[in-house]
Ligand binder design. Structure first.
Ligand code: PLP
Length: 294
C-alpha cells in the first residue's frame, strides 16, 4: 500500500493542559515493523479504532469520530483519549494526504502485555476506489447475527456498540456474503431485527421516511448515517431511528449502506431480490458526503 504517513502517539492524560502536542508524536515508516510482538491489539484485538474519510487534505467529521473513539474507549475500560491531542495528530497526517480520497485510522490499543499503559497510533493512506459501489450499487446478503435482539442488553460485554479492533467476525461475514454471490452482508438478529452491515450502517426509505435501525446498544452509531440524516432533514426529508424488521426492509423502495470511506452505496439487491437504485438522490448524497464536513 502507498502509505501517506504514520504517527505513533504517546497518549496524554485526559487532563493534560498542553496546547501543543507535537512532542508526543513520532513519525514512523508505516511499511517497516513498528509494534512489539507483545502488543495486545495484535494478540487479542484488544483496543478500539476509528476510520475517517479524507477529501483532499480535509479530514471529515473529526469531532464525531473523536466522540465515538472516547465512547468506545469507555465501553472497553480504556483511558479516555485526549481529544485535542488526537485532533492535532489527525491534522498532521491529513496535511500529508491528497489529492483525492484518503483514509485516516486512529488506533488506541490496551498496550503491551504487562506494559505500562495504552499505545496509540494514527495512519493515513489512499482510499480504495469505490466509484462502482457508489454508482452501480451493491448486492447484499442478510446474515443471522447468531443472537436475538435482547442480547446487547443481557450481555453488554459483547461490546456491540463499541468500535473494537476485534473485526474477525465482521470480516468472516463479508466472506460469507461473497460466497452467497453478494458484495456485502447485513446482520439480522435471530428474531428478525435488522442491525447493520459489518462495516457500514443501513438507511432504508420506507413509506417516504428515511429509517435507520435504532442503536440501543446493539450496533455502532454511524457518523455517516447521522451526517446524512441532518442533510436529509435540511432538504425537507423525514428521518427516523427506530426498530427495523426484515419485513419492514421488504417494503423499502430504496436503501443504502453508508460509511465514512465507501460513503453511500445504494443497495441494488437483497438476497437475490432486486431493489431500485435512486439515481437522483444517490449522487446528491455522495456529493454531500464528499463536500468538506466538520
Ligand atoms: N457499523 C459498523 C460495524 C462499522 O464498522 C462502521 C464503520 O466502519 C459503521 C457501522 C459505519 O460507521 P461510520 O459511518 O462512522 O463510518
Amino acid at each position: 500500500m502507498a502509505w501517506h504517513l504514520a504517527l505513533v502517539i504517546e497518549p496524554a492524560a485526559s487532563d493534560d493542559s498542553r496546547t501543543d502536542f507535537s512532542a508526543t508524536f513520532r513519525a514512523v515508516d508505516p511499511s517497516s515493523p513498528v509494534l512489539p510482538l507483545g502488543e495486545l491489539s495484535a494478540q487479542r484485538g484488544d483496543g478500539v479504532f476509528e476510520s475517517l474519510g479524507v477529501v483532499g487534505s480535509h479530514p471529515q467529521e473529526v469531532d464525531a469520530h473523536l466522540r465515538r473513539l472516547a465512547r468506545s474507549a469507555e465501553l472497553c475500560d480504556l483511558p479516555a483519549p485526549h481529544a485535542e491531542q488526537w485532533r492535532q495528530a489527525i491534522e498532521r497526517v491529513a496535511r500529508g494526504c491528497g489529492p483525492g480520497e484518503s483514509v485516516i485510522k486512529l488506533i488506541l490499543s490496551r498496550g503491551i502485555e504487562h506494559g505500562a499503559g495504552p499505545t496509540a497510533w494514527v495512519t493515513a493512506a489512499p482510499a480504495a476506489d469505490f466509484t462502482a459501489a457508489r454508482q452501480e450499487g451493491i448486492r447484499i446478503a442478510t446474515l443471522d447475527r447468531g443472537y436475538d435482539s435482547g442480547a446487547p442488553l443481557r450481555a453488554p460485554w459483547l461490546l456491540q456498540s463499541a468500535k473494537t479492533l476485534s473485526y474477525a467476525v465482521n470480516m468472516a461475514a463479508i466472506r460469507e456474503a461473497k460466497r452467497r454471490g453478494a458484495d456485502d452482508a447485513l446482520f439480522v438478529t435471530s428474531d428478525g431485527v435488522v442491525l447493520e452491515a459489518p462495516t457500514a450502517s443501513l438507511i432504508a426509505r420506507i413509506d417516504g421516511v428515511f429509517v435507520t435501525p435504532t442503536p440501543a446498544g446493539g450496533i455502532l452509531p454511524g457518523t455517516t448515517q447521522a451526517s446524512i440524516f441532518s442533510w436529509l432533514r435540511s432538504e425537507g426529508g423525514s428521518t427516523a431511528s427506530r426498530e427495523v424488521t426484515a419485513a419492514d426492509l421488504g417494503r423499502a423502495d430504496a436503501a443504502w449502506l453508508v460509511s465514512s470511506v465507501r460513503l453511500a452505496a445504494p443497495i441494488r439487491e437483497i438476497d437475490g431480490v432486486r431493489l431500485p437504485v435512486d439515481l437522483d438522490l444517490t449522487p446528491r448524497l455522495n456529493d454531500y458526503l464528499l463536500s468538506p464536513r466538520d
